[in-house]
Design a protein around this ligand. Structure first.
Ligand SMILES: C[S@@+](CC[C@H](N)C(=O)[O-])C[C@H]1O[C@@H](n2cnc3c(N)ncnc32)[C@H](O)[C@@H]1O
Length: 392
């Protein structure tokens, strides 16, 4: 028989953790709490009262991240390609991947939990979102991004790396070099390395492919003539903008080694007549003429001061009536969510000198400070939004 006990207020207080008496920067001190026993729950002593908060959070913190790793293992083993051939039983999936049915079922279950696989009876099948992003025939295949996430998990996403970045407020090194050298803001090297067939530009292309075709259908650019994609990587956003707006021409401002890849992508899409790659440094060089300035995943690489400087440079470079568009995964107004975006700030801590995710209000502040008006924010796709402003 299970005994139930009423939680008397006094009992709850008695089991509260010892109050921290330190100065809390003006927060109300907890010294008013009744005196409590400093000893933790005595082993063999009286039974503690029933918990009054659920312990699910412990397992959301400790075990849930393994679900993401499980999806990466599934990707690496080819589980999504196997299911693309048609719905299958666990045993079939296991045999196709050459693994035992027990781990195959576990991988399938976390894929179901993530909405990538559905289960009907004993049959597992891909969902439309998996068909779009997780199979190489999908319209927005994110394979290079998933492969990059595997690399990061091998080399960068560890407890020790994150703790050291937190303590030093500084990025990590990646394969012996600062991450920013190989992978992000001041990417000085670039180029394909034999051990990593995809470059960072390939990774960013996969990251931006779906989002680029979404925002260009939500943000009207009729009436504008020249679009400038600053730090545009493969040019995927400029290409999508040109595709959605037949009278628009576009330029992608990128560092010279990236421009080689940008030009190859422009040729692949067949847009040589309307999209150009311009080699340059967005900090040092003047911006090519344009009436729309577009930044995607650029602000989150840099500190507020640097972002404000870019906004100012755009304001000075745009004509009257010119438009600035900032495409980012935005934080909520109080900065605490969504969870994936708040976590992405930690990724920026690992990777960059001063970057983090921003809220719409923070970007409004940067644009307003530069002189822009008519500020708007449009949620465009998944976690993505576009913040816009007009030069009066
Ligand atoms: C996070 S990626 C974003 C790429 C692209 N905008 C997208 O959303 O897919 C940052 C980009 O900024 C470029 N970048 C960094 N520093 C730059 C600079 N000083 N001048 C021009 N581009 C730069 C990098 O080469 C890289 O392609």
């Amino acid at each position: 028989m299970t005994a139930t006990r009423e939680l008397e207020p006094t009992t709850v207080t008695a089991w509260r953790a010892p109050a921290v008496q330190a100065d809390r920067g003006g927060m109300e001190a907890t010294a008013a709490l009744p005196a409590i026993d400093d000893e933790p729950a005595a082993v063999g002593g009286p039974a503690p009262p029933a918990p009054f908060a659920s312990d699910r959070v412990l397992y959301d913190v400790i075990d849930a991240p393994l679900a993401g790793l499980g999806v990466l293992v599934a990707h690496d083993l080819g589980l999504f390609a196997t299911l693309f051939e048609g719905p299958a039983h666990v045993e079939w999936v296991a045999a196709s991947l050459d693994i035992a049915p027990r781990p195959a079922r576990m991988l399938l279950n976390v894929c179901v939990a993530h909405g990538l696989v559905s289960r009907r009876g004993g049959l597992f099948a891909l969902t439309p979102v998996a068909e779009e992003y997780f199979v190489k025939w999908g319209r927005s295949y994110a394979g290079p991004l998933l492969d990059y996430a595997i690399r990061l998990n091998r080399s960068m996403f560890s407890f020790d790396a994150l703790k050291s970045s937190v303590l030093r407020n500084a990025p990590q090194v990646f394969d012996g070099e600062p991450w920013s050298e190989t992978a992000s803001p001041g990417a000085g090297k670039g180029g394909k390395r034999p051990e990593y067939p995809a470059t960072f530009t390939d990774v960013m292309h996969a990251h931006s492919l779906g989002a680029s075709r979404a925002w260009t259908r939500r943000i009207p650019l009729s009436g504008f003539r020249r679009f400038l994609d600053i730090g545009g990587g493969s040019g995927v956003h400029a290409l999508a903008a040109a595709d959605a707006n037949p009278s628009l021409t576009a330029a992608v401002l990128e560092m010279p080694h990236v421009c080689r890849e940008t030009r190859a992508m422009i040729e692949t899409w067949g847009f040589e007549d309307r999209v150009a790659a311009v080699a340059g440094d967005m900090w040092e060089d003047p911006f090519p003429p344009a009436d729309v300035h577009f930044y995607s995943d650029i602000f989150h690489d840099w500190s507020e001061t640097r972002c404000a400087a870019l906004a100012k440079k755009s304001f000075e470079g745009l004509p009257e009536g010119g438009l600035i568009l900032i495409h980012e995964m935005l934080l909520s107004d109080d900065g605490t969510g969504p969870l994936a975006v708040a976590a992405s700030s930690l990724s920026m801590l690992l990777a960059t000198e001063g970057g983090r995710q921003y809220s719409a209000g923070e970007i409004f502040g940067m644009l307003q400070g530069a002189g822009f008006s008519d500020l708007t924010v449009t949620q465009t796709h998944g976690y993505w939004s576009v913040v816009s402003g007009r030069k009066p």
